[in-house]
Structures are given as C-alpha cells and as structure tokens.
Write a protein that binds this ligand. Structure first.
Ligand code: ATP
Ligand code: MG
Length: 356
C-alpha cells in the first residue's frame, strides 16, 4: 500500500471489474489533490434473475466495458494511464520482515522468501513486492509480497483487450482498497479495518501507518444477504433483492422475531452473524501477529456497504466504531457529481489514486 508520494501522471482511470458490476473512475491530478472527471457503474448481471456464480460467463464483461467507455466518452486507445485489479482466492498478499537487502539482491531473495510465505507454485505464479518501510535502528525491511496465478492475470487482460483497452498497471484488490482509504484520508496512527463488501465476497484489509498489513478474502457478500431474505421470507430473488434495498437488516415490526432476518432458525446463522464471526477471528489473528489491538474504526465499502443497518450491526457486535466510507471525501467534484459519495466506487478510486 502506498504512502503519499509524488504523482507523475496528469489523469488516471481506476477500473474495478467486479462480479456483479464494473466500476470506473476517471480522475485528474490537480496542483494539490485530485478532481473527479467522470465515474460510472454498470451491472454485468441480468436484472431480476438469481445469479448462479458458476454459470456467469467471463465473456459478459467486455461488452459492458465497451459501452461504459462510450458513455464516459473515453477512447480506449487514448487512455494514458489505467489501473485495474484482480482479487479473490487466486491472489495473495502478505507483509514479511527481512534483513536489509540492496535493490539488486532483493528480487531474487524475495522469490525464495515468497515460497515460504505464499501458496506459490513455481512458474504458474506471478510475484510482485513493495517495500513498506525500513526500520531506522535495525535496518530491517517490511515488505509486502503479492502474488497471483498467471491464469488469473491472463483472464483479466483478455477482458481488457476484448474491449480494445491496452492493459496498464494491474493491482491487487486489497491494495486498491487500502490506497482508497490511505490516500484519501491519511491517518497518523491506529489500526483500521476495511471491509469492501461485493456481491459474492468481501475483501478484508487491516492495517495502520505503523502496523502490519493484513488482507484476506471472506466468502460472503451482498448476495448472501439476499439469500437470507429469500429463505426467511420465502421470496424469490427479485423480490428479496428489492426487500433488501428497502429494509436492509432492519427488523420487521409486523412479523414475529422468529421470522425476521436477523433471527433465522437458531441452528442456521445469518450472513451478518457469519461475517461478524469471521471478522472477529481475523482480528484475533491480527492481534497475535501484529502485536496491537488499537482498532480505531471499521470502514465499509462496496455495494454491500449500502445495506441499511449493517454499519450499526457491526458497530454493536464488533465493538469498534463502524461507518460507511466515502471514497470521494478529499476529491474535488464538478456540480454534476456534487453529491457523489457512493461507497461502491472505493476500489476504483483507490486504483486511480495509486501513485506509481
Ligand atoms: N442500496 C443497497 N442496499 C443493499 N445492498 C446493495 C445496495 N446497492 C447494492 N447492493 C448490493 O451490493 C452488491 C454488489 O456490490 P458491488 O457492485 O460492490 O459488487 P462487485 O464488486 O461487482 O462484486 P465482487 O466484489 O463480489 O466481485 C449486490 O449484492 C447488491 O445487492
Ligand atoms: Mg467488488
């Protein structure tokens, strides 16, 4: 994750190809900070049809992407700087500590280190790294090691080229989410928990300016909340999705507690409960690994962050102040976007803000 660095580009596009929708953010560098030129989000899933993840075709992305570029009046060949992202189970990222190594030795040494720390399998893996900080006294280096399968990277670049786009920088989602927070809202101390809640998964990132970086994937997202409603209320997918948008996690006054979303059958945990359980487990692990529990805030982003009552539910159950993150908080906006605070753009903004 990047610290504040001098930015060399004039304009930048952040592209988040999510399983549910594609988000694109076009930023312009100002003398100080950034201005929003344009942003667009478009679903890649047919409306009103329950999405079956394994049936979703990867071919669906390119046409949506092409049409978004048209709307945003961006000619794919004229894009000067593009940062897109990959994530999920075929990627991993870990912060490690090593003795000081000069640049020319770092890469080969890290390749061997990576084998110890990441689920890496030789030539099928791509590896990248970033030095987070060097300790003053010991000279020890704290390094972020990132890896992804070549297959995943190839699938991603195929989507881009099918839409006529030349692939640019490809970042990991966890780093994009962290940059969205760190570059938009720099903090001096404490540890922050970021939850980027998509349709089928949640990117959890825990870090602080002086604390270890930790990221993991949680296998639940907005879709699972809809599934809970389908079950609890015996609704079909479009009805449940609509109910979710209107009511979120709010308890329904007209039905008994037993039928409400938060209290399903006691033998079956709700998505909200399962999420809390997983987050708590990860935070316990973080405390052990990083030696700090100075959690200041939980910040929610992604489409799933808009679920009514979720921030309050997490606040109560995690006992950490929780709020929905506004990815445009420090970005200048034209009149057309003056009210834009949509947390679903968090990753795309973080990608566009990446300094190098
Ligand atoms: N106002 C809202 N209230 C509740 N849920 C919402 C709202 N708006 C969007 N969602 C949910 O957000 C989810 C989509 O979020 P998002 O666009 O961030 O996913 P994605 O990035 O495409 O998916 P993934 O990150 O899993 O690849 C859907 O499950 C949708 O129902
Ligand atoms: Mg997403």
């Amino acid at each position: 994750m990047a610290k504040k660095k001098k930015v060399k580009f004039k304009e930048s596009i952040g592209l988040d190809i999510g399983e549910h929708s594609i988000k694109m953010v076009h930023l312009k560098k100002l003398h100080q900070g950034f201005a929003l030129l344009n942003c667009e989000s478009r679903s890649t899933i047919a409306e009103g049809v329950e999405p079956v993840r394994s049936d979703l075709s990867p071919d669906r992305f390119a046409p949506v992407l092409s049409s978004m570029l048209k709307t945003m009046k961006i000619k794919p060949r004229q894009i000067k700087r593009l940062v897109s992202s990959i994530g999920g189970e075929n990627t991993s990222i870990k912060q490690i500590k090593t003795i000081f190594l000069p640049d020319d030795e770092l890469e080969s040494a890290l390749f061997f280190e990576a084998k110890k720390h990441l689920p890496i399998s030789g030539s099928e893996m791509m590896l990248d790294y970033q030095v987070r900080r060097v300790e003053e006294k010991s000279n020890n280096m704290h390094i972020l090691l990132a890896s992804a399968t070549k297959e995943l990277v190839n699938n991603h670049t195929n989507i881009l080229t099918s839409a006529g786009i030349i692939p640019g920088i490809i970042d990991l989602e966890a780093l994009g989410v962290a940059n969205s927070f760190a570059l938009n809202n720099p903090v001096d101390d404490g540890v922050y928990v970021l939850l980027d809640i998509g349709a089928f998964q949640t990117n959890m990132v825990v870090f602080g300016p002086d604390s270890k970086f930790f990221a993991r994937n949680i296998d639940w997202g907005g879709f699972n909340f809809t599934k809970d409603i389908m079950k609890a209320k015996n609704m079909d997918y479009p009805e449940a999705e609509e109910y979710k948008f209107e009511n979120g996690l709010k308890k329904d006054d007209n039905v008994s507690n037993k039928d409400s979303l938060i209290a399903l059958d006691i033998t079956e945990k709700t998505t909200a409960e399962l999420m809390v359980q997983e987050i708590k487990r990860s935070l316990r692990f973080y405390v052990k690994e990083a030696g700090t529990s100075d959690f200041r805030k939980v910040l929610l982003s992604g489409g799933g962050a808009k679920l009514i009552g979720l921030a309050e539910y997490l606040n109560e159950n995690l006992n950490i102040p929780t709020e929905v993150f506004n990815p445009f908080m420090s970005i200048e906006k034209p009149a057309k976007y003056s009210d834009e605070t949509d947390p679903e753009f968090a990753l795309a903004v973080g990608l566009a803000l990446r300094p190098e």
